[in-house]
Design a binder for this molecule. Structure first.
Ligand code: NAG
Ligand code: NAG
Ligand code: NAG
Length: 341
């Protein structure tokens, strides 16, 4: 764990050193000073790092973390699946859906309601920020992200401080922090949810809607305006606490991309956990995964209740999602923290 923390505190020391000598400036002197501090920590904890071959130093990298999600390198498996040009979040400009996307998305959860998508998008971005979110990757950025699932394997893990140390902490559906801070942390920058899984958020958290159906977008609008939608296929909250200025909506085209490219059409559509993982690959430079999978005893339940949640249940390709996630681990694109239980 200490090596992991060093990684965040002292990203890519070799590269930073080169920058200092190439482009001296006040900013880089400050960087150099912090780098010096890092040397002390590094030599104390991991002297092996200094055996890095000099040719690695000059490699152009897409971010300033030690390793970057975007660096495809020679990895054809990853390059085949990951398409950084697919926007994960909806805005006015990218809102027109390809015909096949529209058809697939509309068939996902059929509804008898006849609604005009263009008009709904228009309402959405009258209320919520219409931005080109996270289009800022670059060699100076190192955005670390924790994707926090709801698995019972978080119980007793004491991952709280480690999770909170990330720039971005993405939580899923109802997964609470209150009362579980030691194991799951207290920071939430993003929460992925849909009407049937909605909870109140604090003012600092981005609500990220996973729209399985067009009615979910209508619910989002209703939640912040008329509050008249109280039911989808089940009762839903007519309103929730959330900061209107931080609302984001997953792009239906992104949901289909994850299904086609990453899941190779296994299951009917991606699970919320899996789509959150791929969302993180798009907006982050380093991705660490917590609270996925079973407990060591093989039990499948949430850390906050005892409901059984076997991963093969439901319309998701659970096996295939798990296989793909472990492939990402093996290819060093993500790290997976399994918990102690
Ligand atoms: C949807 O609404 C837009 C704008 O109000 C309109 O131009 C378009 O014709 C409508 N589409 C359908 C299928 O009704
Ligand atoms: C929440 O944040 C917004 C800015 O995003 C601010 O305008 C508003 O006053 C805040 N509300 C509360 C209750 O802190
Ligand atoms: C997920 O995949 C990994 C690697 O293939 C495997 O070791 C693990 O048992 C799988 N988990 C489940 C629940 O199938």
């Amino acid at each position: 764990m200490s090596i992991f923390i060093n990684k965040i505190l002292c990203p890519a020391p070799q590269k930073k050193r080169m920058t200092v000598f190439n482009r001296l400036g006040l900013r880089y002197i400050t960087m150099f000073l912090s780098f010096t501090t890092c040397i002390v920590i590094y030599t104390k904890t991991s002297p092996m790092l200094f055996s890095v071959k000099p040719e690695n130093v000059n490699t152009e990298s897409s971010c300033s973390c030690q390793s970057c999600v975007m660096d495809v390198g020679e990895d054809e498996w990853f390059a085949y699946r990951h398409n950084p040009t697919v926007p994960p979040l909806l805005n006015r400009k990218n809102s027109v859906l390809r015909r096949d996307v529209y058809k697939w998305w509309m068939a996902l959860q059929h509804s008898s309601l006849k609604v005009n998508y263009t008009e709904i998008v228009d309402q959405l971005f009258t209320l919520f920020p219409d931005e080109d979110h996270y289009s800022d990757p670059g060699p100076d950025r190192c955005r670390t992200c924790a994707v926090v699932g709801n698995s019972g394997n978080l119980i007793g893990s004491r991952y709280g401080p480690l999770i909170d140390f990330h720039d971005v902490v993405i939580r899923i559906n109802k997964g609470p922090t209150k009362g579980y801070e030691k194991d799951v942390g207290s920071k939430t920058t993003h929460r992925i949810l849909y009407p049937e899984s909605a909870v109140d958020l604090d003012n600092y958290t981005h609500l990220v809607l996973f729209p399985f159906k067009i009615q979910d977008m209508q619910w989002l609008i209703s939640t912040f305006t008329t509050r008249h939608i109280r039911r989808t296929y089940m009762p839903v909250k007519p309103t929730i606490n959330a900061n209107e200025d931080k609302v984001m909506i997953l792009h239906p085209g992104f949901i289909k991309h994850v299904y086609d490219s990453w899941l190779q059409k296994h299951g009917r559509y991606p699970s919320t956990g899996f789509i959150t993982l791929i969302f993180a690959l798009h907006i982050c430079d380093e991705v660490n995964v917590f609270g996925f999978g079973a407990s060591s005893g093989g039990a499948w339940h949430h850390y906050f209740d005892k409901t059984n949640t076997h991963f093969k249940a439901g319309p998701h390709g659970g096996d295939f999602e798990n296989k793909t996630m472990h492939e990402l681990l093996q290819r060093k694109k993500i790290s997976i923290y399994k918990g102690f239980k």
